[in-house]
Design a protein around this ligand. Structure first.
Ligand code: AHR
Length: 664
C-alpha cells in the first residue's frame, strides 16, 4: 500500500484548476457581415456514435439516499452513526416519557451492529410515547397514496402494550395515515404495514412516528418506508425523478462513480458484494462525500435502474486507488481486486448457472444484463505513485482474457496496453466550455476513442442558469461534430437534493426536494439534442461568424492568459439517410439576434421544418418553485428551403429538424 496525498490536497489538485475565478465575456459582439452556414450533405461523412448522450451517476448530493432511491427513513438501520441514534428522537408529552439509545447487545443481524433501544418509562392510551424520524429533510406526504412500511422489532418478554405508527405533521397535530401494532414478540419479527393517506389538498412534508401505550422496553432493528415506486419495485426508485431520467433517454448509465467508486479509503470503496441481497442485511458504508450510504442502491439496483430507462450500463470497477492516499500496487496485492472485478462482471453478464450469475438469478434477475463497456478505476491521473500503468495492464489482461468482447476504458493515458477508450473529465466555466468546443476537432483519430465521462459548465448551485446552458450547448455541438471519436459523453453530477445541507457539488443536472423534481436548463439542452440526432456527421462551413472578446481566467499560478476572440455562434449537424432527416443545432450566445443565411448543399430540403428553441435571460434558471420556467418551445415553419435566412434569437439554443432528399 502506498501513501498518496490527503483528501484536501486531492480536492485542490482535482478541481483547483477548474475552479479558478469565472471568466466572462468582455464586450458585446461587433457588427460584421451577415453570418452564413453551409450545410453540406454531399461532403464525406463519418458515423455518429449511437452512444453519444448518456448519464453518469454516483452517491453525491444525496443522489440516492434522500433522492432517487425511494427510502424515506434516514438512518433506517441505526448504523449511520455508531455513537448515537442519529435522526431518531423521542416523542412524548405531558404524562408520558421515553428515552432511546443504540444497543449493541441486541443487533438485528451480524451486518447491523446496533439496534435502537426504546425505554418507555410512562405511557397510556391517552398519552402514548415513542420515537420519530423526519426522513431526509421531511417525509413527503402525498394525497391518496399507499406507503409500505417495514419494521423489524421486538420487546421485552411479556410486553403487553400496543402501538400506533403514523405519518403526521411535524408538530404531531395532523395525522395523515396510521396503522395499529399489536402482538410484540420477544424475538426479532418482521412487520409490514400499509399506510394510506386520504385526499389531501396539497402534498406536504412530515414525519414518521411509532408510539406505544404501555411502559416497557422495545428494540427496533430496521425501519423502512417507501412510497409507490417506479415499476412498483419493493426496493425501488422515486417515480418523478425516474420520469425525468426516462425522458432524457440516455443511451448509457456510467456507475457507480466517480469518487464514490473509489471511496476515501480502500475499506470504504464501493464494495459491490456488500450491496447485494436483503436490504435489512446490507451494512452500508461511508461515502467520500461526507455522509453514509445505506447501499439500498446496490449493484442490482443500478442495473435495474439502467434497464428501466433503456440505458446500457457502463460499469466502473474499483481498480485499487482510493482518495485518501491509499493505492494497491500492481502485482499480487492487486489480484483480489482484479478477481472482484471479474466476479462483478460475471454477476452482470454470466449465465444463470455460473457462480455469480446464479447469485444474480437468486436476487431476482435470471437474465444476464447487457454490458459492453467497463471502466478501470476513476481519475487515476490523481495517483501520484504513477501505478496506473501497471494496475490498468493487470485489469486489462484479466478482463480481455475472459471477456474479449468487452471494451475497456482507461481513466488516463497508458502506454503498455491500448485501451478502447480514454475517460476525460471536463469541468469549466460557461465561457471556457464554449472555448473548449473545438477541443476534439484535431484530435488524434488513430488512438483510443474518447469517453467524456464527466463534463459541465459550473457556475451556480444547486443547478445551473441559462448562461451555463449556453456554454454546455456550445460544447455539445463540438462533441457532435466529433462524435466519430467522442463515443460517449455524460454530464456530471446528474442529481442533487437541493436542501443546502445535502449539496456537495455545484452545477447539477436534475434538482429535487422531498416533494418534487425539476430539470436544469441544461437538462433540456441534452434532451432536445439527444432526441434530434442523425447517424452521420454533416459538414457545416460557417462564414462571418460573429465573435466577442473573452478574457480567460487566470491559470493555477495566477497568471492571466492573453485575451481571446470567442465565436458567439456554435453549430453542428447530423443526418440520417434512412429516415431522411437532417438535424442542425445552433447556439447563439450573444445578447443580440443573429440573422443567419442557411444553405443546404447536396440535398433537396423540404419546405416544412421543425424548430425546437430554448431561450431565456442568461441569469434565469429552473428551480423547485418554477420547474418549467425554461423549457423547449416547438415552432413549425413551411418556409424552409435549400437557401433561407433564419433569425436565431438572442441567448438561444435552436434545433432545426428537416426532411431532405439526396440529390445526385
Ligand atoms: O462529479 C463529481 C466528481 O468530480 C466525481 O466524483 C469525480 O470523478 C470528479 O472529480
Amino acid at each position: 500500500m502506498t501513501i498518496l496525498m490527503t483528501r484536501a490536497a486531492l480536492l485542490i489538485s482535482a478541481f483547483g484548476f477548474f475552479l479558478v475565478a469565472s471568466s466572462s465575456a468582455q464586450s458585446t459582439p461587433e457588427a460584421s457581415p451577415a453570418p452564413s452556414l453551409v450545410i453540406d450533405l454531399a461532403a464525406p461523412k463519418k458515423a455518429v456514435s449511437p452512444y453519444l448522450y448518456g448519464a453518469m451517476t454516483e452517491e453525491i448530493n444525496h443522489s440516492y439516499d434522500g433522492g432517487l432511491y425511494g427510502e424515506l427513513i434516514r438512518n433506517r438501520a441505526f448504523n449511520e452513526d455508531t455513537s448515537r441514534p442519529w435522526m431518531w428522537s423521542v416523542v412524548a408529552g405531558e404524562g408520558s416519557q421515553a428515552r432511546i439509545a443504540l444497543d449493541s447487545a441486541h443487533p438485528l443481524n451480524p451486518s447491523l451492529p446496533n439496534s435502537l433501544r426504546v425505554d418507555v418509562l410512562s405511557a397510556s392510551d391517552e398519552r402514548p410515547a415513542g420515537i420519530m424520524n423526519p426522513g431526509y429533510w421531511g417525509v413527503p406526504i402525498f394525497s391518496k397514496t399507499k406507503y409500505r412500511l417495514v419494521v423489524y422489532g421486538k420487546a421485552e418478554a411479556g410486553y403487553a402494550g400496543s402501538g400506533k405508527i403514523s405519518l403526521e405533521s411535524n408538530d404531531g397535530a395532523t395525522v395523515y395515515a396510521a396503522a395499529d401494532v399489536e402482538g410484540f414478540s420477544s424475538e426479532w419479527k418482521r412487520h409490514e404495514f400499509a399506510l394510506t393517506t386520504d385526499d389531501l389538498a396539497a402534498a406536504t412534508k412530515g414525519r414518521l412516528t411509532i408510539r406505544v401505550n404501555k411502559p416497557g422496553t422495545l428494540w427496533l432493528g430496521f425501519v423502512s418506508l417507501f412510497p409507490p415506486t417506479w415499476e412498483d419495485r419493493e426496493n425501488g426508485n422515486r417515480k418523478d425523478i425516474m420520469q425525468l431520467l426516462a425522458d432524457l433517454k440516455p443511451s448509457f448509465l456510467r456507475f457507480p462513480g466517480g469518487n464514490y467508486l473509489q471511496g476515501d479509503t480502500i475499506a470504504s470503496r464501493f464494495d459491490w458484494k456488500k450491496t447485494l441481497g436483503d436490504v435489512a442485511q446490507r451494512p452500508g458504508h461511508r461515502g467520500p462525500w461526507g455522509y453514509y450510504s445505506s447501499d439500498g442502491m446496490g449493484l442490482l439496483e443500478f442495473l435495474q435502474w439502467s434497464e428501466d430507462i433503456g440505458a446500457e450500463p457502463v460499469l466502473a470497477v474499483y481498480a485499487g486507488c482510493s482518495l485518501r492516499r491509499e493505492v494497491v500496487p500492481a502485482g499480487p496485492e492487486l489480484e483480489p481486486y482484479v478477481q472482484d472485478a471479474l466476479d462483478e462482471i460475471e454477476y452482470i453478464i454470466g449465465p444463470a448457472d455460473s457462480n455469480w450469475g446464479a447469485r444474480r438469478a437468486a436476487d431476482g434477475h435470471p437474465e444476464p444484463f447487457k454490458l459492453n463497456y467497463v471502466e478501470i478505476g476513476n481519475e487515476d491521473w490523481l495517483d501520484r505513485t504513477r501505478s496506473y500503468e501497471g494496475r490498468y495492464r493487470q485489469f486489462h489482461d484479466a478482463i480481455k482474457a475472459r471477456y474479449p468482447h468487452l471494451k475497456l476504458i482507461a481513466t488516463t493515458g497508458v502506454k503498455e496496453r491500448m485501451p478502447d477508450l480514454i475517460d476525460e473529465h471536463i469541468y469549466r466555466d460557461p465561457w471556457q466550455l464554449r472555448a473548449e468546443s473545438t477541443r476534439y476537432d484535431n484530435y488524434d483519430r488513430q488512438g483510443p476513442k474518447i469517453f467524456v465521462g464527466e463534463w459541465a459548465a459550473r457556475e451556480q448551485t444547486p443547478t445551473t442558469s441559462f448562461q451555463a446552458a449556453l456554454g454546455d450547448a456550445a460544447w455539445l455541438t463540438g462533441l457532435e461534430r466529433n462524435s466519430d471519436i467522442v463515443h460517449f459523453a455524460c454530464y456530471a453530477p446528474l442529481l442533487v437534493n437541493i436542501n443546502p445541507k445535502a449539496v456537495q457539488w455545484k452545477a447539477n443536472l436534475i434538482g429535487f426536494d422531498a416533494l418534487g423534481a425539476y430539470g436544469s436548463p441544461t437538462y433540456y439542452v441534452q434532451k432536445i439534442f439527444a432526441a434530434n440526432m442523425g447517424t452521420e456527421i454533416v459538414k457545416v462551413e460557417g462564414a462571418a461568424i460573429p465573435e466577442e472578446n473573452w478574457q480567460p481566467p487566470a491559470d493555477r499560478n495566477g497568471k492571466m492568459p492573453p485575451a481571446r476572440r470567442l465565436p458567439t455562434l456554435h453549430y453542428s449537424a447530423t443526418c440520417d439517410d434512412k429516415t431522411g432527416m437532417l438535424y442542425l443545432k445552433v447556439v447563439n450566445s450573444a445578447p443580440v439576434a443573429s440573422e443567419v443565411k442557411l444553405s443546404f448543399k447536396g440535398s433537396r430540403m423540404a419546405s416544412e421544418a421543425d424548430f425546437t428553441v430554448l431561450k431565456a435571460n442568461p441569469a434565469d434558471t429552473n428551480s423547485i418553485e418554477a420547474p418549467l420556467k425554461i423549457v423547449p418551445q416547438a415552432v413549425k415553419t413551411d418556409k424552409a428551403s435549400n437557401d433561407f435566412t433564419h433569425t436565431f434569437p438572442p441567448h438561444s439554443i435552436t434545433v432545426l429538424a428537416a426532411r431532405y432528399a439526396k440529390t445526385p
